[in-house]
Ligand binder design. Structure first.
Ligand code: TYD
Length: 207
């Protein structure tokens, strides 16, 4: 099967737990599945990832951030994703261009039209066939990240930013309902996976 599937979601949504399960499930169907992630997934992209995640780079401008994510994306699309799809395989990617729209667009407030143009350039217009959104309330996700339930200690800006990210995803789902499948990621991991699997099967049979 020849599909490009991406996983999206706010912080603490459990994508990194579910992505390998999804890849394994699809492999059991006999599909040639490549699992990868953004930012990173290539030698060059992993170096860009380190710059993005370096805690010393707190003064990074959102435009710089967007261009770095996009640079990493251009590399993985051209070095890895296109080739695998061309050989008839399926690609599962943990985050893709919708993360830039959600975080740098809806979250940081960069103009969405500019983001779309830069994404088009970086990816050569390659869009996912299916995007699974692991959705959950911001407070729950952030608490998971911190390994504590004391989410009320997080500063208000942080919470508002992630609320905008989540709302941004909701807008994207409304704009392209056929591409997106939404899963309730506030459940425990096994239940999230059950739901993912069921909804994926419905999507596959209805396409
Ligand atoms: P990562 O460690 O991969 O975490 P997660 O498990 O949440 O995916 O970090 C990715 C971070 O980068 C995450 O906070 C979202 C952010 N991001 C953007 O802001 N824009 C993007 O285009 C991408 C791909 C990620």
């Amino acid at each position: 099967m020849n599909l490009f599937i991406t996983l999206e979601g706010p912080e603490g949504s459990g994508k990194s737990t579910q992505a390998p399960r999804l890849a394994e499930y699809l492999r059991q169907k006999g599909w040639q599945v490549l699992l990868t992630r953004e930012p990173g997934g290539t030698f060059i992209g992993d170096q860009i990832r380190r710059v993005l995640h370096d805690l010393g780079n707190t003064s990074m401008h959102p435009r710089t951030e967007l261009l770095l994510y996009s640079a990493s994306r251009a590399q993985i699309v051209n070095e890895v994703i296109r080739g695998h799809l061309a050989s008839g395989g399926t690609v599962v990617c943990d985050r893709y261009a919708d993360s830039s729209l959600a975080y740098q667009g809806y979250g940081q407030g960069l103009p969405l039209e500019d983001l779309q143009a830069i994404t088009e350039f970086a990816t050569g217009g390659l869009k996912p066939d299916l995007t699974l959104l692991l959705d959950l309330p911001v407070a729950i996700g952030l608490a998971r990240r911190r390994g504590t339930n004391e989410w009320n200690r997080l500063d208000a800006y942080q919470i508002e930013f992630h609320e905008r990210v989540r709302a941004g995803y909701a807008q994207m789902v409304m704009a392209e309902p056929k591409r997106w499948v939404v899963v309730d990621a506030s459940l425990e991991a096994e239940a999230v996976w059950q739901q993912m699997r069921e909804r994926l099967e419905v999507w596959l049979t209805s396409r």
